[in-house]
Design a protein around this ligand. Structure first.
Ligand code: APR
Length: 248
């Protein structure tokens, strides 16, 4: 049974040899920035009904949904800052040890940490879009006191520019994510249960294409027994800081 130190050393050696490394991140990488995960003991879906992010329900009940959408994604998280895990992935990218981040997260924290090649599989909460004319708004320009926010062009309800249940994945993010998975020699999964598709097919595609799968998570997940080669059991900031000490 190799301990964490052995696994970290092995992982660092693998990363230094890899010609194309990607990261696949989920809500767990932002937990230490104060953003709760969706599942697990403190999961958002224990407190809120997922219906508020169902596209059909939203279109019929925008005012009701916006009360929760504002509460979950704009009141609490607007001021969340990147943590050491986001920053370490950005440092790995600038040091040519990481080529791309595929994230399920909509919190914009990878960009804020300095990552440049980020594929946002579920979109980004920092933008809102008019459902009629398609005009895009920066969330910072929206008065969230008056909800649902309306388009200044045609008065239509604005929707956050992240995908709701029942909505398709942004085509460019989808294509770029699977292209990265096809050529990755290493895929580092950070903080995801792997329960949501088609996002969870990205690391699975990397595995099928021959990549070594490194998983950073304090818990076991459905990835762990299915595709993970090295499970670095622990919190994202702690594990990535220790990995950084071996890489730099
Ligand atoms: N460091 C690393 N991982 C952590 C940490 C931490 N500090 N804290 C929790 N985790 C792990 C949990 O063990 C869990 O495996 O993060 C994972 C969070 O799981 P989910 O909340 O299901 O997040 P995710 O897999 O990203 O969900 C996918 O579900 O509702 C949709 O669109 C939403 O993008 C989201 C998708």
């Amino acid at each position: 049974m190799t301990n964490l130190a052995d696994s970290l050393t092995k992982t660092a050696d693998i990363l230094k040899q890899s010609k194309f490394t990607m990261a696949f991140t989920g809500a767990g990488i932002s937990v230490e920035s104060g953003i709760p995960p969706f599942r697990g003991e403190h999961g958002l879906w224990n407190k809120y009904n997922q219906q508020v992010l169902d596209l059909g329900y939203f279109l019929n009940n925008p005012a009701h949904c916006w009360i929760y959408i504002r509460g979950i994604f704009y009141d609490f998280f607007a001021d969340a800052k990147p943590n050491d895990a986001h920053r370490m992935l950005a440092k790995m990218e600038s040091s040519k040890l990481l080529n791309a981040v595929v994230t399920q997260n909509i919190d914009n924290l990878h960009y804020q940490a300095g990552s440049e090649t980020v594929y946002e599989f579920h979109g980004n909460s920092k933008k809102l879009k008019c459902l009629k004319c398609g005009h895009v708004y920066d969330a910072r320009d929206i008065d969230f006191e008056n909800i649902p926010p309306k388009c200044i062009n045609d008065g239509e309800v604005l929707k956050p520019d992240f995908i709701f249940f029942g909505e398709g994945i942004p085509p460019d993010a989808y294509a770029d994510s699977f292209a990265a998975a096809e050529k990755a020699e290493v895929c580092i999964i950070v903080g995801s249960t792997g329960e949501v598709t088609p996002a969870s097919y990205v690391p699975r595609t990397a595995k099928q294409a021959g990549a070594t799968i490194i998983e950073i998570n304090p818990e076991k997940t459905i990835f762990t027994s299915a595709i993970t080669d090295i499970h670095l059991k622990g919190k994202a900031t702690e594990v990535l800081n220790q990995l950084g000490e071996l890489l730099f």
